[in-house]
Design a protein around this ligand. Sequence first.
Ligand SMILES: [Fe+2]
Length: 383
Amino acid sequence: MQHFNFYIPVMIKFGIGLWEKIPEESYSLGAKKVLIVTGKKHLKSTGILDKLLNIYNNYPIDVYVFDEVPPEPPYYIVDQGAEIAKTKGIDLVIGIGGGSALDVAKAIAVKVNLPGTIWDYIGDNSNKITIKGLPTILVPTTAGTASEVTRVSVLINPETKEKLSIRHDFLYATLAIIDPYLTLSLPKENTAYSGIDAFIHSLESFLSVNSNMVTEPLALTALRTIYKYLPRVYNNLERIDLREKVLYASTISGIAFTQTGLGGIHALAHPIGVYANIPHGLACALVTIPTLEYNLEILSREKISALGRAIGVYSLRSAKEKILKKIDEFFSILNIKLGLHNYGIKWEDLPNIAQEVPKSGSYKTNPRTLNYETVLEILKKAF
Ligand SMILES: [Fe+2]
């Protein structure tokens, strides 16, 4: 028997229309002063923020809105939000939005009780977090990062061009409200990018050195579901039934990868995202095929066979080539243009990017050991 740990202390509530229960859930958690953490536009332009504030009027709860979260959030946004939370005496943090808003919300909640800046706790310094933060409700409006069920918060340091994560059990949400309705307004491109992110989470969790008997079926189901439904959502953005499938898959891939960690694709995608200033899911797509090609060489027949079946490759004959081809086709259905050179990355940037890769937590859980040379080789192939 295999040894494994599995811990996910998040109450998950999944279903269409549940977002309207956010005020009621806040009240049930005993909140008196909540801070809603979100991005600048989406929640306002869709009218959801106003509706939500209206519902809050029925409860004895003061609501503050911190809508300063940009895509690829810099660490100091967390410090600013935590300062506000402290000054106002906030007792519940609510993150609503894409991965950035949720990552910032959970980091604000934990930062409230910590000295210094949140960047002091990034990467390997995450274990310096010894005090629990405020409770959180996390509500995704994209189907991709699965931040609402993970112990990870990804932040950027614009000065050093680093994109790193805090990983800690205290970052788990108290409650995740996962409502497919909120993903309906996600534009076409972002639907593809966030769905690809979820696809890669499933893939990398399945291949991770920590993949186990509990996470494997979750990762494979997510992989199969996203492979099947993401292209259909992409061409039918208004179909909530299809959105629901992809959001469900994103959720279970998050439950899997928060246990297993990710792999080389994410380790490479983080510095690429910073260098090229492109969405995370796109950065992942750009390095998926050469990284997977590298990993496939050492995978067991069982792994290759299970991975193949999830994406429509049913025979082991030339399975590696067929798997790579299927994924290439999947990206092209989603109109992803591959090639790092198409996104402002120069050949001479590659060694600098390769230097950054080992800093990522995902580097250690790749199924095949990586080093500077192999990473550089993958980057050249992805160029
Ligand atoms: Fe990701």
